[in-house]
Ligand binder design. Structure first.
Ligand SMILES: [Fe+2]
Length: 399
């Protein structure tokens, strides 16, 4: 039976190798842009900033460059960017990079149009909960990574370093006006980032498929996205110059972004946010890799969506074996762990990522505190004891 659904993704998606050149011809939503990108200057070093400025010049669009964004972007950076765009008279925002610059740009678009500081508009934790009354300024996303899906979602995730809160703002007006997904820009991504981002895309699709808000269209996108990641991510990690594999994972990431835009994530993502908020050197994908096996083993134990896990495994091309449903659903978990191993991220070094004395009680509290939004989408009840157990097994006992 086909269930009722509500589909809304207003972003123009320009996809494919070489598509960045179309920046010179596709009409932009303003006259002067602020280009928001990473603080490590990597986008300048790769020549992308200069190339984009040159392409937009052909349309007589001026660009002010703001290279200040960190991994796990901060609310202070958002305010600094808004101050610069006001000073320079910019009327739209170009985000260059992955989820961090895109989310920073979305947050800037809210504060620039509505005034005040960004945290005034954050709807949870210590956020000011002010309504976003004026339409945010347009954002054009140029994606150089394949994972977050932020290029097609109405979600911005920003961290407040004073309180260690990592909070999402989700409103329809935050969908980027347009997004360029050019896999050629992804050829030089390092192995680790490729693996973490690819896992993020995989989990957006898998979580959205399990979500109570899944719908006909997102289900199709999710099954294709998990297949594309499962069959191509190892090749992207081990042979980064393979454009066909990069294109497959880029498509998966965008499809998976559309899945979470509509079906949302479940509590696996809620559990990751406190990890990377407390340990800011942990990339989002690394936090997900840490909890993947224990989280989904618990989901199998709950037993309410084992049919969906089996469907995911079958879409991935995994041989589903076993006599009972739980054993068959575990094939999904084992294949996922196998994928982590093939990508070299099955063991996350606490030392390398600055994870010191993880406080599982605090992480549990924070999962239910500022990251509670996904619980309504879980088709099972994840209790405090469950969350504490998953953190304990993933962060303490696994070492
Ligand atoms: Fe994610």
């Amino acid at each position: 039976m086909i269930r009722n659904f509500n589909y809304f993704i207003p972003t123009r998606v320009v996809f494919g190798p070489g598509c960045l050149e179309q920046l010179a011809t596709i009409a932009m939503p303003g006259k002067k842009a602020i280009l928001v990108t990473f603080a490590d200057l990597s986008m300048s070093r790769l020549g992308y900033v200069e190339r984009i400025v040159g392409l937009l010049k052909k349309q007589n669009i001026d660009v002010v460059v703001f290279e200040k964004v960190l991994t796990n972007p901060l609310t202070g950076t958002v305010d600094e960017g808004v101050a610069l765009m006001k000073q320079e008279g910019c009327d739209f925002i170009i985000a260059l990079g992955g989820g961090s610059p895109i989310d920073t740009s979305k947050a800037m678009s809210v504060a620039a149009a509505n005034g005040g500081r960004y945290w005034d508009y954050v709807p949870a934790g210590t956020g000011g909960r002010k309504p976003v009354e004026k339409s945010p300024l347009p954002v054009v996303a140029i994606n150089t990574t394949a994972g977050t899906g932020s290029e097609v979602t109405p979600i911005a995730v920003i961290t407040n370093p004073d309180t260690n809160e990592k909070v999402s703002l989700r409103i329809d007006e935050l969908y980027p006006r347009m997004s360029f997904i050019d896999p050629e820009l992804m050829l030089s991504l390092p192995k680790g980032l490729t693996a973490f981002q690819g896992l993020d895309a995989f989990l957006h699709a898998a979580e959205g498929y399990i979500s109570r808000q899944s719908q006909f269209i997102t289900d199709r996108f999710a099954l294709e996205a998990v297949r594309l990641v499962y069959q191509n991510l190892g090749e992207c990690v081990n042979n980064g110059k393979n454009l066909e594999a990069r294109t497959s994972v880029a498509l998966a990431s965008t499809l998976a972004g559309m899945v979470i835009a509509l079906a949302g994530c479940i509590t696996e993502h809620s559990m990751e946010h406190p990890i990377s908020a407390h340990f800011p050197r942990v990339p989002h994908g690394a936090g997900l890799a840490l909890i993947f096996e224990q989280y989904f083993t618990k989901v199998v134990e709950k037993g309410t969506v084992n049919d969906r896990l089996i469907e995911l495994a079958q879409a991935m091309g995994v041989k589903v074996e076993g006599t009972d449903e739980a054993a068959r659903a575990m094939c999904f978990v084992r294949a996922g762990v196998e994928m982590l191993r093939a990508c070299g991220i099955d063991r996350i070094s606490h030392e390398a990522f600055g994870i010191e004395n993880p406080d599982v009680d605090q992480l549990t509290e924070d999962t239910f505190g500022y990251s509670s939004g996904n619980f309504v989408r879980d088709p099972y009840e994840l209790t405090r004891d469950d969350v504490r157990e998953i953190f304990t097994k993933s962060l303490l006992e696994a070492k």
